[in-house]
Design a protein around this ligand. Sequence first.
Ligand SMILES: *Cc1c(COP(=O)(O)O)cnc(C)c1O
Ligand SMILES: [Zn+2]
Length: 409
Amino acid sequence: MAKTLGLKCRECGREYPVEPMHVCEFCFGPLEVKYDYEEISKRISRQKIQEGPQSLWRYIDLLPVEEPKVGLSAGFTPLRKAENLGRLLGLDQLYIKDDSVNHPTLSFKDRVVSVALSKAVEFGFDTAACASTGNLANSVASHSAQAGLNCFVFIPANLESQKIIGSLVFAPTVVAVEGTYDDVNRLCSEIASELPWAFVNINIRPFYAEGSKTLAFEVVEQLGWRAPDAVVAPAASGSLITKIWKGLKEFLAVGLIEELRTRVYGAQAEGCSPIAQAWREGRDFIKPVRPNTIAKSIAIGNPADGIYALQVTRESGGDWETATDQEIVEGIKLLAETEGIFTETAGGTTVAVLKKLAQRGAFRRDEVVVAYITGNGYKTMEVLEGQLRETVHIKPSFADFKEKILARV
Ligand SMILES: *Cc1c(COP(=O)(O)O)cnc(C)c1O
Ligand SMILES: [Zn+2]
């Protein structure tokens, strides 16, 4: 028996076979992979998962891929108890889910791309592509090199130079579009309808998005098969947040956990917060914004899954909060100084929002709270220029060391 039943429209419920398509032909709603949970619950078990590979592929029974083709080492990143940061925030059980060390390109995007490109190979595509805010381009370029696929990545022209080099090194064609991510995405949708390319976050988006569920699966397993009381995650298109919630509900549906009462909290940069703004104003629709923030990896002004992300916070009893650019920098520094983890601007946003939520009493002291750190700080170093302690320059002599260093500590 097959584990997947097809694709299903989130809006009107119409069903389609498993094909590289992403919108409903009747209502233009987004398509989502539909599974046979009864069938899956017969074959899945905690033990079987624990005996699986040390990667996200241990959850293959709940992923829309028959056999992994690429990205074999993505996922299963550390879940670290954050004692120091927890003490500071008054949380006894704070954990960091650390995708800043995800493999191979140091962001959570390695999850979605390994699933999307395994599926693309299964479908028989020979060319991979994406519209990206940076991390996705890095990951698609890397996985395409590994899979021997032609690769075209499209980015907004103003990206951080480290992120651009992090794509170029894998020798794809990097197309820098003069415009915002939303302009890039619109162009790519047009290209995707003309050319037979696997745009991971456009025509094969339903499969791509499923990869994010593994961030929920892993946390539950790493906590000893229990869902956390609260999670905080950043939102760009809103897909990640939506799929964390879907993943938790699936574990309940197939009997891997007995109860689910996790509150899901969303984090956005103040300079690009269309989802948080809709939440604040009590709207159930998104008003697109023009991004203006240092958190470029999550700067999507017209988020495709924004309305579903709003539903998640409503359904789970969560909330939204935003962080200014200065608070994001402080968030990066706070995580580095307390836990020794160097995250990028998206992680800085999560930490800043976690702090605000803790300060306004969103969590009880004894609750299990998980903060998702989705990217690596070595890719956005330029935002820290002028924001850190200065290096102390000395001559190679003990006298100078004594005068300039010891005299000051
Ligand atoms: C893409 C990305 C996100 C958010 O992704 P969505 O699924 O589009 O909401 C979060 N953090 C980092 C570092 C990312 O690259
Ligand atoms: Zn529909």
